[in-house]
Ligand binder design. Structure first.
Ligand code: FE2
Length: 316
């Protein structure tokens, strides 16, 4: 097996790395993959009144889901409070800093082009093994290199409601919503916001829905389950995934998902051009509805958008 398909985010056995940083602990679930450093995931769990200084990134995308607690945010000169259930998606060059308002606030992180875990590992390796070198200006010049972040004092900020911030995706937020037999999908983050790397969808799935990927395809899949439960079968292996689980399926691993009870999840894999496909499917329904009865044409249509579903239906 390439790596774990099922990750229980609250179970220490499923943590790749764990750091106690004093004002917060960090649990790493998935390390960054490929040249775009995709799909890195971790929890940072903050003590009350921990802070992240105001900074902006020269590159990289940060998607934070607040799994518990609340956070005072300073962003683009605005101040607002975000709460459990909100997602905050931050693009490069967006200034941001945070003040964690509740003990145990869980900041559930999805990174792209950042390698946050690598940075923490590097810092702790130096701190634990070579603290004396931190006094050495030549070492510090090499250690810091060209910093990824530009950090500065928090400016005087204007109070706003979180819904005025395009970075904040409240639970009811959706760019576009589609419904079918047994599912509703809502677009939370578009490809135009991840340099084309991924879309993020929220899916509400009805008990009994079956989704088959029988074809060995090039996409990696990453699901974050919020409520309910799924049975997943990957390469002959079966398991059940529930709340606070990640399902991480490598490419070329055919799989089937059966919804055991009504389920809400985030699709964090997002390699399919699903928004474009759903829009164009509406056009097919309107102008070329006979194509829907032609399996070869519909397979070609799906593959155009990197959609490799081979079956989606309500089971018995
Ligand atoms: Fe940041």
């Amino acid at each position: 097996m390439y790596e774990k398909y099922l990750i229980h985010m609250n179970d220490p056995k499923d943590w790749l790395r764990h750091w106690d940083e004093g004002t917060q602990v960090v649990n790493d679930f998935i390390l960054p993959r490929g040249p775009k450093e995709k799909d890195e995931m971790s929890d940072t769990i903050y003590h009350k009144d921990a802070t992240v200084p105001y900074h902006q990134h020269r590159k990289g995308f940060e998607t934070f889901e607040i799994a518990a607690g609340s956070v005072e945010c300073f962003m683009r000169g605005k101040r607002f409070v975000a709460h459990a259930g909100d997602i905050i998606h931050i693009m490069p060059w967006t200034p941001h800093g945070f003040h964690f308002l509740e003990e145990g606030t869980i900041w559930r992180e999805l990174f792209q082009e950042i390698d946050m875990s690598g940075g923490i590992w590097e810092k702790n390796t130096v701190n634990q093994n070579f603290p004396q070198y931190k006094e050495d200006p030549e070492f510090m010049r090499i250690y810091r290199g060209d910093p990824l972040n530009l950090t500065r004092e928090t400016p005087v900020c204007i109070d706003v409601d979180k819904r005025e911030m395009h970075e904040v995706r409240t639970p009811d937020f959706s760019y576009a919503t589609w419904q079918g037999d047994g599912y509703e999908i809502r677009l939370k983050v578009g490809k135009w916001e991840t340099n084309g790397v991924k879309e993020i969808w929220h899916a509400s799935l009805k008990k009994g829905l079956v989704v088959e990927y029988a074809f060995p395809h090039c996409n990696w899949e990453l699901y974050y389950i919020k409520e309910g439960s799924l049975e997943v079968e990957v390469m002959g292996e079966r398991f059940v995934a529930g709340p606070d689980c990640l399902v991480h399926i490598p490419n070329f691993h055919p799989h089937t998902i059966r919804v055991l009870e009504d389920t809400k999840l985030y699709d964090y894999g997002g390699e399919t051009d699903l928004m474009a496909m759903m829009e164009d499917l509406e056009s097919v329904r309107k102008y070329h509805s006979e194509w829907l009865e032609d399996p070869d044409r519909m397979t070609a249509f799906r593959h155009k958008y990197k959609c490799f579903v081979t079956g989606i239906y309500m089971g018995k």
